[in-house]
Write a protein of this length. Sequence first.
Lengths: 283, 294
Amino acid sequence: MRKRKVKSLLPLLLIVVGIIIVDFPLYWMFATSIRSEFEIFSESGTSLIPRQPTVENYKAILGGKLFAQSFNFRKYLWNSVITSLGATLVTLFIAILGGYSLARYELPVSEFISNTILFVYMFPGMIFAVPLLRFVQKIGLYDSLLALILVFTTFAVPFGIWMMRGYFKTIPKEVEECALIDGCSPPGVLLRISLPMAIPGIVATAIYTFILAWNDLLYPLIFVRTDANKTLTVGISNMVFGDLTPWGGIMAASVLSSLPVVLLFVFLQKYLVRGLTAGAVKE
Amino acid sequence: MKRTSLAAQRRKWGIIFLLPTVVFLSLMIIYPIVHSVLISMQYNRATSPNVYFVGLKNFYRIFTSPSFWQSFRNSIIYAFGGAFAKFLIGFAFALLLNREFRWRGIARGLLLFPWVLPVVAWCATWRWMYSPQLGIINQILLKVGLTGNSLNFLGSRELALPSVMMVGIIEGYPFFMVTLLAALQSVPGVLYEAASIDGASGWQQFVHITIPAIKGVIKISLILGIIWSWNSFAVIWSLTRGGPSGATHLLVTSAYEYAFIRGRYDYGAALSVMTVLFLLILLFIFRRWQKEES
């Protein structure tokens, strides 16, 4: 009896230890963000629990200054929101139409296009970077948020089409066929029947696309130059490699930049994991 | 008669719906790839308005430079070693989570966190934890007495690559955990019941039922994991920027450095083309491997 109990407790123990190890950085990020810069560089800087919790780091970054260096957090945040939202909207437009066509219509090119999309999704962003930079410079969009929205699509759209195609395939097409026979036009069917049924898939695709764009570092490094156009990822990354590293402020910025994606995930976890694994396991 | 015209009409709409995708693919994907290949065979630099064809000269220069072979070696270690470690850890957690217990949903959520966090925030935290003077990892090691003096995790040539890989592994294992857990849950329970009745041990059941049942998912997730690690830019760039002296440069990060820090678009493009070529070879090998099995 006793042996059995030990046997069933061991996996739980392993899980708890695992959680402590992999989530410790998350705690440490938060703990550092509420210590004063003075405390961080003192003896008690590595105590597990901050001695005198403070919000001074948050105040500093929201005020735009860290250690006398300018750190335009609010501007970076705004740029991240705008570019991620923009890329998500563009992606949804192309991905819903394209995913629907690839899932429902057997055109001679459908299979070729599906394969191409899956294939190029595995390519590194760098392969597109130099030509796109030249292109963006030529059309006068270099160093603008619009340029970022445009180039984010190189990874967001293939991903979006693949997700939407997979989702449309899980919806039975009998209802659509009945509507077609009753004389409803194809765009009407898509708008009135398929879209409402695909809302869970659309939401999952939108959230993932948003997170992908929000987290991207490579393109914001390349396609914008002035401080006022930088995103959070570039802002934080530059601060980390500065001469003097204001860790309290950097950690506060990290907490705030993680917050939106973590909240999205906590509330929609079940649903997002299901959407992702359905695609990955089936294909 | 009516039927064919209806079908033709339907087809027309299928093409219209696909139009934005085709425009996108040609403009944002195909054209840049072709242009990249072209630039890789040009003299093409940020500092000079001259652009001309030089054939395979850039590739020759790359192949004869030691820094290329260093980043190539790093890429191989990072992609294969990293993906394999992520797979093992992810699989272990998937097996642990594949049973009924009270806080399972919460445990899964907590184990997923590293994956959800923005890479840059996650890496900034690790850079802080790795700090030689005040980093918590060194403080713990010193207190426990595992080291006499503090270790420069990201600054020493020997420790930098393993330290960076560790961050990438903890950030990336949840993908394997989630995918393998979903696969494990789709294995019919009847199989295990039958095996138990026949007296098969837990280990025998694992080897003869679990593994064969989820083999396909194991393969696909490993392939994806290797490719993603191969293309990984943000983890390296936000932890070490390829340093110290190239010890953590991957092909992708050194392509970025050449093109956008040194302004050598031609070299950067050539390195990117190499990255993709190796990727194609990898995919080709995997395909053969899968065909042989089936």
